[in-house]
Design a binder for this molecule. Structure first.
Ligand code: ITT
Length: 190
């Protein structure tokens, strides 16, 4: 079984491929892009993007939107994680968090799945960790060097990241639903 993942981010593709491998689902990347809804809710962004991409490509797709919510910064950068990463980056976040004791932060990953002409469906995964005091680790991407779960940054975890991450959870939920829906459609003789 295979599914098209519309994303320009190769790191997301690598992680999704590893997670879905256990379910025998193959990821095919399409980097054609989709319009990003201006909304505070990553689920709304993922649903809108999936519907748009499915209707444009005329086949089923998934898209995935990630938000990072830092409690001490009232949820900043939230759905603007990509823009903030490209502007101030990890060094900028660490500067904003200098001397701040409350360091909890939550990553949310929402997958939007859609077939042409159908309503999109969302699958969400979240994990709460801590903004590290300094960058640590060589792996991963984006905010991974400053995101700690139980004292270890995502960038130091290697393949373990997928077992605890927001994306690991959202893609696992998607995989279970996707396999079930294919099975149901075979039984119904579609
Ligand atoms: P798309 O084409 O899929 O939209 P993107 O990189 O723009 O790719 P997002 O808007 O969902 O994706 O991601 C926002 C940013 O958050 C992204 O640019 C990364 O810097 C960061 N990010 C996403 N997932 C992450 C993860 O698992 N670990 C660390 N940083 C992550």
């Amino acid at each position: 079984m295979r599914i098209t993942f519309v994303t320009g981010n190769r790191h997301k593709v690598e992680e999704a491929t590893a997670i879905l491998h256990d379910y025998d689902i193959e990821i095919v990347q399409n980097d054609c892009g989709y319009p990003e809804l201006q909304d505070d809710d990553v689920a709304a962004i993922a649903l809108y993007g999936a519907e748009h991409a499915a209707n444009r490509l005329n086949h089923a797709v998934i898209v995935e939107d990630t938000g990072l919510y830092i409690d001490a910064l009232n949820g900043f950068p939230g759905p603007y994680a990509a823009y903030v990463y490209d502007t101030i980056g990890n060094a900028g976040i660490l500067t904003l968090m200098r001397g701040v004791d409350l360091r909890s932060a939550t990553f949310r990953s929402v997958i939007g799945y859609c077939e042409p002409g159908m309503k999109p469906i969302a699958f969400e995964g979240a994990v709460t960790g801590r903004i590290a005091d300094q960058e640590q680790g060589e792996g991963g991407f984006g905010y991974d060097p400053i995101t700690e779960i139980d004292g270890v940054t995502f960038a130091s975890m290697g393949a373990e990241k997928n077992k605890v991450s927001h994306r690991g959870k959202s893609f696992t939920k998607f995989a279970e639903w996707f396999l079930g829906s294919r099975r149901d459609s075979r039984i119904a003789g579609k």
